[in-house]
Design a protein around this ligand. Structure first.
Ligand code: ZN
Length: 455
């Protein structure tokens, strides 16, 4: 990396922080319709910033929130990188648990606190500051750059999917860069190569037409709450193995080298207990905790509703019972197929005396991207330059559904270069972003613009 680019970044640290704070001040909560003006404001903020870099920039109107799209003049002799990020943020409640105002960013020691600091404004903004360093020092960027930033990642919108499917040529690239994940830990940079998908279901059981006196009718009719427990008990055995027939059919078996590389991270039971406050780890036998979190599917009750839950005792047989259940899926499970298998199974094991309805709320495909190849090498070198250490290759338990769409529609490798930390409190009160990660992320992206041109 050219010294003058690094010098520029060093000399502009405080300005780059001020600029990020301006971005973080915009309350662009996509789930809250009263914030739609701020969604527009965030899109315009990005447009103005990117125009300042000399890019052709447009705001693309969609059926949902606007997309910000920009590109350099395309030189066909250069490789092309497409950067993706989202400018919308999660809601802030419960507000009383925040130590500072979520949209009044503060620097406490070496930590930035604000909603969106890590997810994803801080990470997205690293890319713009990296580009700025090349442009403002008068250096020709050795790759073509395309930028696409969306405003409905946090509310499940479809605009960016539709746009990608309909504009594959416009978005054509040699690699997609997504910075919306995290380092493995504060000392260890990581490149993520697999994300879990999801099938989200709800079971509704109906018994008597109204809550009944449990003395008068108890023992004579099926109790929907009891029946629901029977069904839930039939989803998984005591060793954590999911009992839905066919559930594991398409699961990609963990390779030996993956198991070795996960094991080398030395993630312990004590680490898990500390992070979660859990009493002890629990899960499918035959797999380590990291393997279960990253590479094995799950089936978990997210919530149950039935009967009397108020103070004291009320003696009833409830009329209804329901449960929301999520299944995290791994490559190459198919959400539709899993939802169907789930529905068939719970209907089969549903006890008599209740009627059952099964609702499929939403699904997301799991995704696995390349673990090697030229662009991965470029990404790895950039991470090392930014964070001072070779990255480890990890999977993630969560989902970023757009990654699957980029992979299939653009037919390009997707690099998940995460600059956040696992404990950044994303989606929670006191979201944070470490100052060093912000600056190191900028160096990483600035380096990538060069390393990608050389591989
Ligand atoms: Zn995000």
């Amino acid at each position: 990396m050219k010294k003058e680019i690094l010098d520029y970044l060093n000399n502009n640290r405080s300005k780059h922080l001020d600029d990020l704070f301006d971005f973080l001040r915009i309350p662009s909560i996509s789930a809250d319709s009263s914030c739609s003006g701020h969604i527009e404001e965030a899109a315009q903020f990005l447009k103005k910033e990117i125009e300042g870099l000399g890019f052709q920039t447009e705001i693309i109107r969609t059926s949902g929130n606007p997309l910000v799209y920009a590109q350099t003049t395309i030189d066909p002799s250069k490789k092309t990188l497409l950067f993706y990020g989202h400018y919308d943020v999660q809601p802030v409640d419960p507000l009383e648990l925040w130590k500072s105002e979520p949209f009044n960013p503060v620097l406490e020691g070496t930590t930035i606190y604000a909603r969106g600091a890590s997810d994803d404004k801080g990470q997205l903004y690293s890319h713009l500051k990296a580009i700025e360093a090349w442009v403002k020092t008068g250096n020709e960027i050795p790759v073509n750059i395309k930028l696409i930033f969306e405003g409905e990642e946090e509310c499940g919108g479809h605009a960016v999917y539709e746009f990608t499917e309909n504009n594959a040529e416009k978005l054509a690239c040699d690699a997609v860069i997504v910075s919306d994940t995290s380092l493995y830990n504060a000392q260890t940079p990581a490149i993520c190569y697999s994300l879990r998908g999801m099938s989200y279901m709800e079971i509704k059981l109906t018994g008597p037409s109204k809550d009944l006196h449990s003395g008068s009718y108890g023992g004579a009719v099926q109790n929907p709450a009891n029946a629901l427990c029977e069904i839930i008990a039939g989803l998984k055995d005591s060793r954590g193995h999911i009992l839905i027939p066919g559930f594991y059919d398409d699961v990609v078996i963990l390779e030996d080298d993956e198991r070795k590389s996960f094991a080398s991270l030395n993630y312990t039971d004590a680490d898990l207990n500390r992070e979660t406050g859990a009493v002890s780890p629990f899960g499918e036998s035959g797999y380590t905790t990291l393997e279960r979190m990253w590479a094995r599917p799950t089936c978990d009750v997210n919530g149950m509703i039935s009967g009397y839950t108020g103070e004291g005792a009320k003696t009833i047989i409830p009329a209804t019972a329901s449960a929301k259940i999520s299944m995290r899926l791994v490559p190459h499970q198919n959400p539709e197929k899993i939802s169907e298998a789930f529905t068939a199974w719970v209907k089969k094991i549903c006890p008599s005396g209740v009627s059952i309805e099964v609702i499929n709320h939403h699904g997301a495909n799991p995704v696995m991207v390349e673990r090697d190849g030229a662009m991965l090498t470029a990404g790895s070198l950039a991470m090392e330059a930014g964070f001072g250490k070779k990255p480890v290759f990890i999977r993630e338990g969560g989902s970023i559904p757009i990654v699957g769409t980029f992979k299939s529609e653009l037919n390009a490798p997707v690099l998940l270069l995460g600059y956040g930390l696992p404990d950044d409190n994303i989606h929670s009160p006191n979201e944070k972003y470490e100052l060093e990660n912000y600056y190191n992320g900028i160096i990483c992206t600035a380096t990538l613009l060069k390393t990608a041109s050389e591989v």
